[in-house]
Write a protein that binds this ligand. Structure first.
Ligand code: HEM
Length: 661
């Protein structure tokens, strides 16, 4: 008999099919048809992507007057295909992903600046061979692009990005109900294929890419009543209030929001993005960053590590900042040995470029394939960085950049020509939304001894490992034991019912109320105009769910969704839908809906950055630097900076997979 996914395939093809009595022959036949359909989809989408195949179906639809534009035709074709691409043979799946990326680049990139609105910046006197602190002068024709404080863009059409408000559905269903009934963890469900380093890593990256600024002003709160049966009511609290996000309003257009970080992938959380912070983190000797006598980051009077960006601090972030500070200093030593005449600034600038590119490479070819453990994805991510062609062939046939899409796939994005697809680079609100990975966090962390894997007596719950308390975890244990613990333990799975309870009553210093992070995550999407799950799928050219049953194969998950949203499939929030969604691609830690955003963003943040494209050269980085990046992985970074871990980190082929005890 068919499994749940196949049963759905059958029902899609024949809504009247009696699944219990469907015999195996019929099911096999139908599934064969379905596979053929998927192959056809891949072929048709590839044709569209490369634009040398006419799309007869689209033409026919236009002739029948069913649709008026090519865009509409493409949406229809993609939505009707919506293949489970991960079941396709490798080459077809790669073509399908390439075609999907091409479509998304064509239809899902929207600038929130009208012509002339982006601030004008000049690059006179700027060292163009180094990254600037505030991210200006990366794209030289538009120096402010992607810089500190500029607006988030959108991956959905601007007219679809109006925020919900009090007169529409901003508080419906109640965000607190969603948090308590759908997100709250009863028992910890681990993500068995990855380790806790992967969780700390992605928040570290997220802080490199973006952060919003919530308004700290009592007149600007989002306030809604607590559900009738909410336990908080027993304490006399009747409402929940959350600060609004700082916004800009524009006549006749949706509000926009600014990124308080640089959009570029520049390791700004380590280096800072203004000269005062940068001066605090630098030693100004041999290009190095400051470390204290114990080799770890110094701690400031607020109890937080002194580093470039330390918001939402916890032991995992402290660990990552320490590792990458050590790595920067290691690179400085290497460069100084080969270039003894270089001054502090030359060493610092080169070390930053090399350390940043290595970090981006590790994210692309190691973190991502660990989260999305699938051979197709591994090949696709390697293609993004290295290219599909073997090195000897790339050397033999130089890239003439005649077909940009082909060049990117064959030679890799890095070191090639930049490509903006006609839209200025920025991160988007939709990108922020799909990285709300709070269920990765564990309720508590018990530090293990790196030499034998045994638990020590030191256990920290969320309250004890976050904000100012993070330093206790780092400083009361050996750093090797902390990193080892993160290497061995699993994070939580990205599914419903897996937000740590303590995160639903989080007290963050400086925030004048207790945060329910589940409610906040839902409300932020509604406030910032990120479409709900079904509309989001439509706008990303995926087939929308017709009923709750289409969202997940798991009956209990569907029942949970129904308990909050009833039959109103359009009301399902993006977060809830993504955490509930199944089937997922084989080995994927997150949903196919989130993956669409990922396909677009993963290549774009490399493709648009001068330092990963035209200036990824020996002249800018040094040949030694390029070789170092090429020959390093995260295991090497850990091993050379924390030599006690050399044995354990090499028990795995990818540092983000659980290390063997
Ligand atoms: C103990 C660790 C963590 C704490 C204390 C924490 C806390 C917070 C807080 C207070 C916010 C802002 C809430 C608001 O909008 O008012 C936030 C936002 C966010 N967090 Fe976390 N978080 C943690 C871990 C993580 C992890 C592991 C990820 C994984 C990627 C993550 C991803 C995000 C994202 C994407 C946002 C939205 C940022 C924005 O709106 O610009 N967080 N977090």
């Amino acid at each position: 008999m068919a499994d749940a996914a196949s049963a759905r395939d059958v029902r899609d093809l024949n809504p009247n099919a009696d699944l219990d009595n469907t015999n195996t022959v019929t099911v096999t036949l139908i599934l064969k048809l379905r596979l053929a359909e998927r192959r056809t989809c891949a072929r048709r989408m590839l044709g569209q992507a490369l634009e040398f195949v006419r799309e007869p179906e689209a033409e026919a639809m236009k002739a029948r007057g069913e649709i008026t534009s090519d865009f509409a035709a493409r949406i229809r074709i993609r939505a009707s295909c919506d293949p489970t691409w991960w079941k396709l043979p490798l080459v077809i799946a790669l073509l399908y992903l390439a075609a999907t990326r091409n479509q998304l680049e064509e239809h899902n990139l929207y600038d929130t600046y009208l012509p002339g609105e982006l601030p004008v910046k000049k690059c006179d006197g700027v060292n163009l061979a180094a990254r600037t602190l505030d991210g200006t002068c990366n794209e030289l024709k538009t120096p402010a692009m992607g810089s500190l404080g500029t607006r988030f863009g959108r991956y959905v059409p601007i007219d679809k990005s109006y925020g919900e408000n009090e007169t529409t559905n901003l508080y419906t269903p109640n965000p607190r109900t969603i948090s308590q009934q759908l997100f709250k963890r009863e028992t910890f469900t681990p993500a068995p294929s990855i380790n806790l380093l992967a969780a700390a890593w992605i928040q570290f990256q997220v802080h490199d890419w973006f952060s919003h600024d919530p308004v700290n002003d009592p007149d600007n709160y989002l306030t809604f009543p607590l559900p009738a049966n909410d336990p908080l009511r027993a304490t006399g609290q009747n409402n929940m209030s959350i600060r609004r996000t700082v916004w800009e309003s524009h006549p006749g257009r949706p509000n926009t929001f600014n990124n308080i970080n640089t959009h570029w992938w520049d390791l700004s959380p380590v280096y800072g993005q203004d000269s005062a912070t940068n001066a605090k983190v630098r030693s100004f000797i041999d290009g190095k960053l400051n470390v204290a006598g114990d080799g770890l980051l110094p701690v400031g009077p607020d109890g937080l590590d002194i580093t470039g960006f330390n918001d939402n601090w916890w032991a995992g972030l402290s660990m990552m900042h320490n590792i990458w500070t050590k790595e920067h200093n290691y690179v400085c030593d290497m460069l100084k040995a080969s270039n003894p005449m270089w001054n502090d600034q030359q060493l610092y600038d080169h070390a930053r470029l090399i350390t940043t590119a290595l970090n981006a490479k590790i994210h692309t070819v190691e973190w991502t394939p660990a989260l999305l453990q699938d051979k197709i994805l591994l090949a696709a991510m390697n293609a993004n960085w290295y290219g599909l062609a073997p090195e000897w062939l790339q050397d033999l046939v130089p890239d003439l950049h005649i077909f940009p899409a082909l060049s990117e796939a064959w030679y890799g994005i890095v070191g090639g020509e930049p490509n903006f697809d006609g839209v200025a680079f920025s991160h988007s609100e939709e990108f922020v939304s799909v990285y709300r990975f709070h269920s990765l966090l564990r309720d508590s962390i018990t530090i293990r001894n790196h030499s034998d894997g045994a638990d020590t007596a030191n256990t920290y719950d969320i309250h004890e490992y976050t904000f100012g308390n993070a330093q206790n975890v780092i400083h009361d244990n050996s750093f090797a034991d902390v990193v080892y613990t993160f290497g061995v333990d699993n994070p939580g799975a990205l599914i419903l019912h897996n937000y740590p309870d303590a995160l639903l009553s989080l007290n963050k210093p400086g925030v004048p109320y207790t945060l329910d992070m589940g409610a906040v995550d839902v409300l932020r999407d509604r406030e910032r105009g990120v479409p709900r799950y079904n509309e989001f799928r439509r706008l990303f050219l995926l087939k929308p769910a017709k009923t709750m049953d289409d969202i997940s194969d798991d009956a209990a998950t569907v029942a949970a969704l129904r308990s909050v949203y009833g039959e109103d499939v359009e009301a399902v929030d993006l977060m809830a839908g993504c955490l509930a969604e199944s089937p997922r691609a084989t080995g994927f830690a997150f949903s196919n809906t989130q993956f669409q955003v990922f396909i677009l963003a993963a290549s774009r943040r490399l493709l648009t950055d001068r330092f990963f494209t035209t200036d990824y050269t020996a002249a800018v980085y040094t040949q030694q630097g390029l070789d170092y990046i090429q020959n390093s992985d995260f295991r090497a970074v850990i091993g050379r900076n924390i030599p006690e871990l050399n044995a354990s980190v090499y028990t795995v082929d990818n540092a983000f997979k659980p290390w063997k005890v």
